[in-house]
Design a protein around this ligand. Structure first.
Ligand code: G4P
Ligand code: NA
Ligand code: NA
Length: 194
């Protein structure tokens, strides 16, 4: 997705060889018109899959997911990371291991929002080691929902998440795939554009 790659090149910062900072438009400040285009791209890549719900993870997955949900005409559910006072009954839960923090965090969704009649599109902002996507898959599986695919805004293709999910047979679509971040330089995977 060219406008996304352009934005990453002009406003993204390679913080280290493994971390890309994009808080100008995705992780802190949000660029709504770029999110709109991202939503449209997810719509194009997953149309005719019979999607009934989008499932994401708070907080940075929400903006692109809401735009995709608006265009696809389906609700968006964000898995929560913190236990809510009002959300206590009928919870599906999973765990995400964080490499950076070296801790396990619980994520949850209310079962009433996702069920066996649903066909789910999972969306997230980043795909690195794939632990967040795996937790979302686990939540959808517990609900008995079908998983139509996984839409990612930025995949760090030099980390293992993308290949692990594709090897398991999931349809993963990443709008920008980063090949490497060495020496402060951002390089994309060379592939044919959609
Ligand atoms: P991991 O992805 O390598 O396993 O690390 P970890 O679990 O610690 O991820 C912490 C957060 O960092 C996650 O967001 C994840 O999506 C994000 N992340 C992973 N790699 C990058 C990167 O290169 N750049 C940026 N900007 N983020 C990255 P989160 O904690 O769920 O935060 P948020 O959704 O509330 O923003
Ligand atoms: Na995230
Ligand atoms: Na994030």
């Amino acid at each position: 997705m060219d406008i996304l790659k352009e934005k990453i090149l002009t406003e993204g910062i390679a913080l280290s060889e493994t971390v890309l900072k994009v808080d100008n438009f995705l992780n802190h400040q949000v660029d709504p018109s770029l999110m709109h285009e991202i939503g449209r791209e997810f719509q194009n890549r997953f149309e005719e899959k019979g999607i009934t719900k989008i499932l994401t993870l708070e907080s940075s997955g929400i903006a692109p997911s809401v735009m995709a949900g608006l265009l696809m005409g389906v609700p968006v559910i964000f898995a929560r990371k913190r236990q809510s006072l009002t959300l206590t009954d009928g919870l599906l839960t999973s765990e995400v291991y964080s490499y950076t923090k070296q801790e396990i965090n619980k994520v949850c969704v209310a079962h009433k929002f996702i069920g066996e009649d649903d066909t789910v599109l999972i969306i997230d902002d980043f795909l690195a080691n794939g632990k967040a996507a795996e937790a979302l898959i686990h939540l959808a599986d517990q609900a008995g929902a079908e998983i139509a695919g996984i839409g990612i805004v930025i995949e760090k293709a030099f980390q293992e998440g993308g290949s692990a999910l594709r090897e398991k047979g999931y349809h993963v679509e990443s709008l920008a795939r980063i090949a490497n971040l060495e020496a402060g330089k951002i390089e994309f995977v060379k592939e044919k554009e959609h």
